[in-house]
Design a protein around this ligand. Structure first.
Ligand code: NAI
Ligand code: 15L
Length: 269
């Protein structure tokens, strides 16, 4: 599959969406934007809730692919997570099926496997085949989304790359992020690879940069053509000096989901 392609970007007003609005078009992708909130600087963006099936169907009509970022991105009540991330993602896949959109790039999360032990020196990196071990209702909704993607591939032939994103922010801001960081530029590289690789079926990948302290096996991402260029290591000395290493035996020390395993940040709305 080659660029340029028309791509629906859901969650366009959010943190990653805002960065990708700048970083994806240079790869040749023409973006259509959707969010439940107005998208600053984009009067043409579709303002719609994932609950609105008719609006979703109209929004996906004619696009070549969807990058699905919209939803609750932290922990919340089961009911809110269910509505936005479970039912909302179902609605989006139904719209894609009805309108014949063949490729989805799905924002999954490391919190789908948050209770997985993090590898220590010399231990193998965590593979994508590790069992789901969600650390929150939020992580659980990402497990569902990955399985929904598998169902849509097996049943309807809709292809998906599920990206278990680590921490995608302009720079790492914690010791944990030295392992989990996905730089915005590498995020764009990965999304481009996921949009254009041939015959992905349903492929699960981790989304992180080429971090010296990486926990995740990036081989399935690399197989799509993703070549990460960034590494969090230049931030290490400053972050370790500022925060110290996590106490031995703490969730931050033990699990890839870190603090989400004990005291997850809450969705504010
Ligand atoms: P964000 O919270 O900044 O953006 C999410 C966007 O989705 C918001 O603009 C929000 O208005 C929109 N949204 C929420 N509910 C909606 C609904 N019912 N209908 C339509 N739009 C709705 O999140 P961020 O950081 O940009 O993350 C994007 C995606 O990537 C999310 O799915 C998140 O779970 C996932 N992710 C992000 C990571 C990160 O490091 N930023 C790490 C792992 C996964
Ligand atoms: C996520 O899934 C969240 O959406 C994001 O805000 C970060 O907290 C990230 O995980 C992380 O693990 O750092």
């Amino acid at each position: 599959m080659s660029a340029p392609r028309t791509v629906l970007l859901t969650g366009a007003a959010g943190g990653i969406g805002t960065m990708m609005r700048e970083l994806l078009p240079p790869y040749g992708h023409e973006l259509r934007l959707l969010d439940v909130r107005p998208v600053p600087g984009a009067p043409d963006a579709v303002v719609a809730d994932l609950a609105d099936r008719a609006a979703l169907r109209e929004a996906v009509r004619g696009v070549d692919a969807i990058v699905h970022l919209a939803g609750i991105s932290l922990e919340s009540t089961f009911e809110k997570v269910l509505a936005a991330n479970v039912t909302g993602t179902h609605h989006l896949y139904e719209a894609a099926r009805e309108e014949g959109v063949r490729r989805v790039v799905l924002a999954s999360s490391n919190h789908a496997v948050g209770f997985t032990r993090r590898p220590r020196g010399g231990e193998p990196l965590v593979p994508v085949g590790t069992p789901h071990r969600p650390d929150t209702f939020y992580g659980l909704s990402k497990c569902f989304a990955e399985d929904l993607a598998q169902l849509h591939w097996d049943l309807h032939g809709t292809e998906t790359v599920s990206v278990r994103i680590g921490s995608c922010f302009p720079e790492p801001t914690s010791v944990r992020m030295l392992s989990t960081w996905l730089s915005p530029a590498d995020c764009a590289r990965l999304l481009h690879a996921a949009l254009t690789a041939e015959d992905v079926g349903h492929t699960v990948v981790y989304g992180s940069s080429a971090n010296t302290r990486a926990w995740w096996d990036l081989s399935t991402a690399r197989a799509l053509g993703y070549v990460p260029r960034d590494d969090s290591e230049p931030y290490a000395e400053r972050l370790v000096a500022a925060h110290g290493l996590p106490p031995e035996g703490s969730a931050e020390d033990l699990y890839v989901g870190g603090g989400f395993c004990v005291d997850p940040p809450r969705w504010p709305r």
